[in-house]
Write a protein that binds this ligand. Structure first.
Ligand SMILES: Nc1ncnc2c1ncn2[C@@H]1O[C@H](COP(=O)(O)OP(=O)(O)O)[C@@H](O)[C@H]1O
Ligand SMILES: [Mg+2]
Length: 276
């Protein structure tokens, strides 16, 4: 039977929220509406907006709520604070002074499609570029879920997304983390992410029994807390071939992928269809 793929982020999020151990890693996520936008922007100064069904970072936007302090020229009168919103597309941005105008601009981009709103995570930086992590978890030939690799995905300069298809680059986990954490902390986090990948797969499997592989997009906040941004059911495997010096990492990934029928010939086959 074919390997299961699930495209709706909303559907997958709701399955994961039913598991308390996984739910604590998921940023609050709502279906997009003007009311939900207002509500989320009341609580947070960074909010992401993304298509329910989308890949490669297409259609992803974010809104920053900004304060501007205007000095009052009249003596003794208090300074006034004005708030506005900055709507970022992948590389450009526009400012709006009311929620209505902001919503109008977003709606003109999203049309009537289902979009999601998510608490924005202020991602850590590597050489001044945001990065997140990709955790690959596969069904092994003994029938257990096993995390088989983690890589860092670094955004292209000034981009709000880290997808490889949007000019991002791949780095090793230790490399992206070395300026933020000790080796001991990195090892701890790695262990936590290995577990999280496996727990996430087990939970999704309850509703999607024919899943064989998943790729978690994980953003680390400034406390190194790992947030699950999305779970891909057709994860790219080529980055693990290209970037791991330790060839045994990719050999295992490939062996598992062959065992469950993702690829029949070594590597390249996965490339054109994969999501990075
Ligand atoms: N809540 C969020 N906070 C911070 N960055 C985010 C958030 N959601 C998405 N991103 C950024 O946008 C990228 C693409 O979003 P994602 O949900 O993975 O959609 P896609 O399916 O298009 O890859 C992520 O890899 C990440 O860099
Ligand atoms: Mg993604």
């Amino acid at each position: 039977m074919a390997i299961q793929r699930v495209s709706s982020k909303w559907a997958k999020t709701n399955v994961l929220l039913r598991n308390r151990q996984v739910a604590r890693y998921i940023p609050i996520t709502l279906k997009y509406s003007r009311a939900a936008l207002g509500e989320m922007l009341d609580q947070r100064s960074l909010v992401y907006i993304k298509p329910d069904i989308g890949t490669y970072g297409n259609g992803v936007m974010c809104v920053e709520r900004l304060h501007e302090v205007k000095k009052n020229i009249e003596q003794d009168a208090p300074d006034s604070i004005s708030e506005h919103y900055r709507l970022h597309y992948v590389t450009s941005s526009e400012d709006y002074h009311s929620l209505n105008d902001l919503h109008g601009a977003i709606r003109s981009r999203t049309q009537q499609k289902t979009y999601l709103l998510q608490h924005g995570i202020s991602k850590l930086k590597y050489r001044n570029r945001s990065f997140d992590l990709r955790v690959l978890t596969q069904k092994n030939p003994s029938g257990n879920w096993e995390t088989t690799g983690i890589i860092g995905r670094v955004a292209a300069k000034n981009k709000i997304i880290t997808n490889y298809h949007s000019g991002g680059s791949i780095q090793m986990l230790d490399e992206v983390l070395k300026e933020h954490a000790s080796q001991e902390q990195i090892n701890e986090l790695e262990k936590e992410l290995y577990n999280l990948g496996e727990k996430t797969a087990q939970q999704l499997q309850k509703d999607y029994p024919r899943l064989k592989e998943i790729g978690l997009d994980i953003a680390l906040d400034t406390d190194l807390y790992p947030w699950i941004l999305e779970v891909n059911t057709l994860p790219a495997i080529f980055p693990f071939k290209k970037f791991f010096k330790d060839k045994s990492v990719y050999r295992r990934i490939e062996r598992y992928a062959i065992a469950y029928g993702r690829i029949t010939v070594p590597a390249k086959a996965g490339r054109s269809k994969s999501k990075a």
